[in-house]
Ligand binder design. Structure first.
Ligand SMILES: [Mg+2]
Length: 364
């Protein structure tokens, strides 16, 4: 029985969070909310799928979904594996990355959710089966602008809540040392610098972080597509390098791996083109000996999509989880994070739909 997409809608949610200190600026405004864009795809069989776009694209992503994506996807068969490649080619002249690819990411995730629901199997099953049923999460602290007291205080809080991996968004060796003084030697500490340095500026601070044994240093170089400079830094310091949340296609990942720039690749499901591209990147990278640890700073359908990919891929890695008190955590009851770990749902599709109250309470 053929299935047809009958409607596509997008919802911009802003869910307040408390990071227990002054929020940093992000893209021009204080980071006080979980920004999210959820995509709902309805079919004529009554099956509804959910996806998610990069939330900071906000109203721009909603517009892209409800104009461009809706126009090319309504009336199509959601089980057609050629649908996404066809749409990608059809829209390529509008840009191969950014908001348009964020919108396609939301559609792609929703299509996987629909396919699982139609077949009565989980997305993990569609990806070949989960290799693990439980995935550890890591506490990804928001940025505390080098304030070592805050870094210590919030790191201690993450450990109290059961997390066994920490990520900082800090740029100074002192901040990393502060976190290490709290964790002791055995907790992996990842350090995300968000493209802090021009080539040549990064060697000294990254080398100085080495004393605190960072698990990786993430996106040390501006611009993020300068893979040659990242490779030089990696070689010069011997510090493991992670990147990829700002890459724009599977071919970018091939290039960064070929350049010797990375130890860990981090495609972001809400930005890179959804599960289809993320899965391709993870598979290719791990075949090449590079570990895929997807970027995930959200809580919606993209979080579940990433959870399934991590459950199914070759190498075991933790799932990123933004560390803050959020006014309402999506899937808190259906897919709870307990003491720094989540059970991989084996219900059809992604395994849970977003709670209706989210849309009543937090629609932007
Ligand atoms: Mg990052």
């Amino acid at each position: 029985m053929p299935v047809t997409i009958t409607a596509i809608d997008a919802f911009h949610l802003r869910i307040p969070h408390d990071m227990w200190a002054e929020p940093p600026l992000f893209a021009g405004r204080p980071r006080t909310h979980v920004e999210a864009v959820y995509v709902r795809v309805t079919t004529d069989k009554g099956v509804v799928g959910w996806g998610e776009c990069n939330g900071f694209s906000g109203a721009a992503a909603v517009t892209a979904v409800e104009t461009l994506i809706r126009r090319v996807a309504v009336g199509q068969d959601p089980t057609d594996s050629e649908l996404m490649p066809r749409i990608e080619r059809m829209l390529h002249g509008l840009g191969r990355a950014g908001v348009i690819m964020h919108a396609m990411s939301g559609l792609d995730i929703a299509l996987w959710d629909i396919r699982g629901k139609l077949e009565g199997v989980s997305v993990s099953k569609l990806l070949g089966g989960a290799k693990r049923t439980r995935v550890e999460t890591y506490a990804s602290l928001i940025q505390y602008a080098g304030n070592v007291e805050n870094v210590k205080r919030i790191t201690a809080r993450a450990l109290e809540r059961g997390y066994k991996h920490i990520k900082l968004h800090e740029r100074t060796p002192e901040a990393v040392a502060a976190a290490r003084s709290v964790t002791g030697p055995n907790i992996p500490i990842k350090v995300d610098t968000n493209c802090a340095w021009l080539p040549g500026e990064a060697d000294a601070p990254v080398a100085a972080m080495k004393a605190s044994n960072p698990h990786w240093v993430e996106e040390p170089i501006w611009p993020p597509e300068d893979f040659e400079s990242a490779a030089k830094l990696r070689k010069a310091t011997g510090v493991p390098i992670a990147m990829g949340e700002n890459a724009t296609s599977p071919s970018d990942f091939r290039k960064m791996i070929a350049a010797g720039a990375v130890d860990f690749v981090q495609p972001s499901v809400n930005k890179i083109g959804g599960i289809t591209h993320l899965w391709k990147i993870a598979t290719e990278a791990e075949k090449a000996g590079i570990t895929c640890v997807p970027h995930m700073f959200y809580f919606g359908p993209g979080y579940l999509a990433t959870l399934h990919c991590i459950a199914c891929k070759e190498r075991e890695v933790p799932l990123e989880r933004m560390f803050a008190d959020v006014a309402q955590v999506p899937y808190a009851k259906t897919v709870p994070d307990v003491n720094g770990a989540v059970e991989v749902p084996d219900r059809p599709g992604l395994g849970a739909d977003p709670e209706p109250e989210l849309f009543e309470r937090f629609r932007a």
